[in-house]
Design a binder for this molecule. Sequence first.
Ligand code: FRU
Length: 507
Amino acid sequence: MKTTTGLDSQYRPEWHYSAERNWLNDPNGLIYSNGTYHLFYQHNPFGDDWGNMSWGHATSADLNHWTEHPVAIPCDDQEGIFSGSAVADVHNTSGFGVGGVPPLVAIYTSAYVGTSPLAGRQAQSLAYSIDDGATWTKYAGNPVLDRASSDFRDPKVFWYDGEAGGYWVMVAVEALHREVLLYKSADLKSWEYLSTFGPANATEGIWECPDLFELPVDGDVADTRWVLVVNLSPGGIAGGSGGQYFIGTFDGVTFSSETTVTEGLQPDTSRMADYGWLDWGRDYYAAVSFSNVPDGRRLMIGWMNNWQYAASTPTDGWRSAMSLAREVGLVSRGGRPVLVQEAVDPFRDQELGQGVELFALGRQPLTPGMTWLPAEAHGDVLRIDAEFEPGPAGKVGLVLRAGMESNPAERTVLAYDSATGELSLDRTESGNVKFDATFPSVERVYVPLENGRLKLRVFVDRCSVEVFAQDGLATITDLVFPANSSNAVGLLAEGDGGTLVSLAVVR
Ligand code: FRU
């Protein structure tokens, strides 16, 4: 949670992390260590535009309340500190540990500039911390992996336990080639090439920020798959930046995808909806997962923005926020595993005074037209849980951040259309949409009803709407910039509106 007494409180999210001042993009070095979640991030310490890329730092005990810390890894006149990951080197394979204290090791991309002899290249480098993430030292032997490439970046490193022993595995991109490269290492310092994945599925934009992890299917640890995450920009499903995923197997050398639809560099974008997407909205990018989380939980965070308009979003003194953290899993649908996502809910904690139910409705037919909820259910920071039985023809949904009398046209509309089976989030009249020509948009995802029902969990947090449909089978994340006073929430029904099963509004 951020205090909103500081800069520009109008759009400052309460529960989505933003830096107190200045620019932020990708989450980096996500790691859990000794009871603390660390969120490092692409940060410009000197301005609210992209530049001077350094790793900012925040920590949290619960993934909802964040505390900002001093810049962890600053840029200098030789290198920008681009995206990467962090690992807990518990066996001190790197030798950076001191006096039996194992180090945390950050693996980041050095984007060499200026007078550096490597200027123009991107290569992978290390920094380490022996005080549990508070302070970081760059390794004197950097870079540790250099392919003499200008676009080799975003290393995600994890420990792989193979039958013949364990080793570190790195996934990184050759961004322009739309390739994920895999490497292995015993000590994080010397790396050996393993294999290349791609191009496959969505390839219109450059590939960035990959991730690779194993998950049980339907909770069965004897039946697992590996998930390869590949962010790309532009060329995401909703336009601009987006994240795709492949499901398959990993044998310690090669990732084999079971969900490749198209191979090679695809000029044909007609298969886009058949690919695996982390999110169907415009504002969930550079999503990667935490290292070292106990109990096999896989938690991800994305940058809640889009390179199409990130530089011009209308905030002052600070710019950009992270998504809520999401726990991801695999469930079987139609005989094959698919990804599901559940938000780490800031409103779950009754003891901290969060999660107070403001308003609830039980089962009732929906009246065609707009039904405004009473004032106590309005707000710019809310969780809304709604379940519908849509009628055979028509639309049902929620109207959010609506202006009512003060601003009658202003609203963000989440609607399910029985005719198409699509859930859409329409922000074309969400408030300030004029700061960039590509911003006004309607996002769409096909959502099969389950037992005739549509289940929605929606998080509204000042400048964002995050939708989890059918227990996280599909998500839509969009920024919105409404007037302060546009706080009304309504129920929408068109045609044969169907039935509201239940509604709860929580603050
Ligand atoms: C993704 C990205 C990464 C890069 C970083 C630079 O948003 O372009 O590929 O490392 O941002 O800030």
